[in-house]
Design a protein around this ligand. Structure first.
Ligand SMILES: Nc1ncnc2c1ncn2[C@@H]1O[C@H](COP(=O)(O)OP(=O)(O)OP(=O)(O)O)[C@@H](O)[C@H]1O
Length: 379
């Protein structure tokens, strides 16, 4: 099979988009280019501007400055402003927002009023099949489960073949078990139809697992946009490291031309710097082994089934967490050797921002701290 080159215009583009409400800058200099078929998740603390971003794309808000292009057509700029119904955008909300007096089929047909009746019926049947709800076409929203309602909302958004689907916390009203299932169903439908989608969420796991790209927002700005692995494993700042999961920060310093932290030497070469340097360590990146002369003392140990989460204090008084899959469990007060797990290349922050050091591929695995004398595997 010959695949066509991906030369199509981006499905969505934001250029230097600003929006303020009085003195509150809800969107500042937003730049985002989303390729056709891409699934992008937007995450950030409450009030950082996630909904404002969606509303600007949908045409429910007007930018103060900047331009928004959808499927190659200007939706908003200094001179133009397209109303939501002319933007080729589908919306899915947290509360489903289905019309209670219309059946499932009626809800889906609602956005197809300009389509001839025969094609409309065929399209409704098609999207119902897509979300596996053909058997419920004549039911009313109150006769459906939360998950079914959300699939109807998705079908309604997809029916007019939008260029972009915007999902505003679509799973947050569902309970945990149902949530994972509906999320999987929705993702499968979006992928199978090659739909471009932007999903706003408060949930880090959702942000990392759903999208091709994660956009982390803070105070109306995009703090980092990248593949889930990049945002989690190589955070651009202390804020992203903290927001996208548990993280400890150990101070780092140069000696003998190498960068060291309390858990050992870091591989690669790093520009010498006067600014404060910190190593970002996630709990799964710290290993422990029993060692009565070790560099750490266990403060607490929390059994989590497949994992045990240890919190240990280092000689300097700094502390780190260690989440290990093996059955090793150390008691509070016990002396252990803590080190950075094999194969880990931690992010180094300079003044709170990611530092551009180079990790050489042939760099040796991290040296053990001077007083960690045992292997990193559990006893
Ligand atoms: N219509 C409005 N009038 C005045 N201020 C507004 C308006 N809409 C949003 N804001 C402010 O703009 C900022 C961004 O709000 P927005 O709703 O986009 O945040 P959010 O990230 O979606 O928050 P949450 O996660 O709580 O939904 C907030 O400070 C909010 O108070």
């Amino acid at each position: 099979m010959i695949l066509a080159p991906d030369s199509a215009a981006p499905a969505l583009e934001l250029r230097e988009v600003h929006r303020s409400y009085g003195k509150v800058a809800a969107a500042t200099g937003l730049e985002l280019s989303v390729r056709s078929g891409e699934l992008v998740t937007i995450i950030g603390p409450s009030g950082c501007g996630k909904s404002t971003l969606l509303r600007l794309i949908a045409g429910l808000e007007r930018p103060d400055a900047g331009a928004i292009t959808i499927a190659g057509k200007v939706a908003a700029d200094r001179r133009n402003f397209k109303q939501p119904e002319h933007r080729q955008v589908g919306l899915v909300f947290q509360d489903h927002a289905l019309f209670p007096n219309l059946s499932v089929a009626g809800n889906i047909a609602f956005g197809l009023q300009k389509v001839p009746a025969s094609s409309r019926r065929a399209r409704v049947a098609e999207v119902l099949e897509l979300v596996r709800l053909s058997h419920l076409a004549e039911r009313y929203p109150h006769e459906l489960s939360g998950g079914e309602q959300q699939r109807v909302a998705l079908a309604r958004a997809l029916a007019p073949n939008p260029a972009v689907v915007l999902l505003d916390e679509p799973f947050s009203s569902l309970d945990e078990t149902l949530r994972a299932r509906v999320r999987g169903d929705v993702e499968a439908v979006l992928r199978s139809t090659g739909t471009t989608a932007i999903l706003v969420t408060h949930d880090q796991t959702e942000a990392l697992s759903f999208g091709d790209r994660v956009v982390v927002m803070r105070n109306g700005r995009i703090e980092q946009a990248g593949a889930p692995e990049e945002v989690f494993e190589n955070p651009a700042s202390r804020f992203v490291a903290t927001f996208m999961g548990d993280a400890d920060f150990l101070s780092a310093e140069f000696s003998d031309g190498q960068l060291h932290c309390e858990l050992g030497r870091l591989p690669g070469s790093w520009p010498d710097a006067a600014q404060q340097l910190e190593v970002v360590l996630r709990p799964h990146e710290v290993s422990l082994s029993a060692d009565e002369h070790g560099n750490a003392t266990v403060i607490s140990s929390e059994y989590r089934g497949a994992f045990t989460l240890h919190h240990v204090r280092l000689a300097s008084g700094q502390s780190v967490h260690s989440l290990q899959m093996h059955p090793a469990r150390f008691a509070p007060g016990q002396r252990v050797a803590a080190r950075i797990s094999q194969g880990t290349t931690p992010t180094v922050l300079r003044g709170g921002e990611r530092s551009a050091g180079t990790i050489s591929p042939s760099a040796p695995v991290l040296d053990a701290p001077s007083d960690a004398r045992k292997s990193i595997t559990a006893p």
